[in-house]
Design a protein around this ligand. Structure first.
Ligand SMILES: [Zn+2]
Length: 167
C-alpha cells in the first residue's frame, strides 16, 4: 500500500509545508478529504494517531450496530463486541512471528529470509484472528469491510489527485 506509506510519512513530517514533503502533503490532504471513516482508518493505522482510535471505535461500533440490525444477526452475536474485535484486529493484523514478512529468517543470517514459509501465519503475514467460534464469521466479515473501506478511501484519494493534476 504505497499511498498508506506516503500518508504515514507525511503525518510524521515535522514540517508539512517544506518542499521536500510537498507531494506527501497533497496526498495527505486528499486522504483527509475522502470520507470520514476512511480518514479515521488511515489516521489510526498508518500514522499511529492513538488519540483518534477512541473516536474510530465509537464510529465503527455505530456502523456495525446498524449492519447487525439490517442483517438481523442472531442474538448471541453482540455487535459492539464484533465491532471491537474486528477493529482491533484490523489495526494490528501483522503476524508477530515474522513481522508480516511471510517467510522464516535464515538461521545463521537473521536479516535474510529463507524459502520456508512462516509456520505461525502459514505464509500469510497476518496474525490469527482469535475470538469466539460463533462470532468468528461475523468478525471476519467486518475485517473485510474495514479493508474495503480503507481501499475505497485510497481510491477516492487517488481519483481526487488525478483530477487535480495538470496534464
Ligand atoms: Zn508469520
Amino acid at each position: 500500500m504505497k499511498l498508506a506509506q506516503q500518508y504515514s510519512r507525511a503525518t510524521h513530517s515535522s514540517n508539512l509545508k517544506c518542499d521536500e514533503h510537498h507531494t506527501d502533503t497533497d496526498k495527505l490532504a486528499a486522504v483527509a478529504l475522502s470520507g470520514e471513516l476512511g480518514t479515521y482508518l488511515f489516521r489510526c493505522k498508518y500514522s499511529n494517531d492513538h488519540t483518534s482510535v477512541k473516536t474510530l471505535h465509537i464510529k465503527w461500533s455505530e456502523i456495525v450496530a446498524k449492519k447487525a440490525d439490517n442483517r438481523q444477526w442472531p442474538k448471541h452475536v453482540a455487535a459492539h463486541k464484533v465491532a471491537a474485535l474486528s477493529l482491533d484486529y484490523w489495526l494490528n493484523d501483522v503476524c508477530p512471528v515474522c513481522s508480516g514478512k511471510c517467510y522464516e529468517p535464515l538461521t545463521n543470517v537473521p536479516t535474510v529470509l529463507s524459502d520456508t514459509q512462516c509456520k505461525a501465519c502459514k505464509g500469510q503475514g497476518k496474525r490469527p484472528l482469535i475470538c469466539d467460534q460463533r462470532e468468528r464469521d461475523y468478525v471476519g466479515h467486518m475485517v473485510d469491510e474495514l479493508n474495503d473501506a480503507a481501499h475505497s478511501a485510497a481510491q477516492n484519494a487517488m481519483r481526487k489527485l488525478a483530477s487535480e493534476m495538470d496534464l
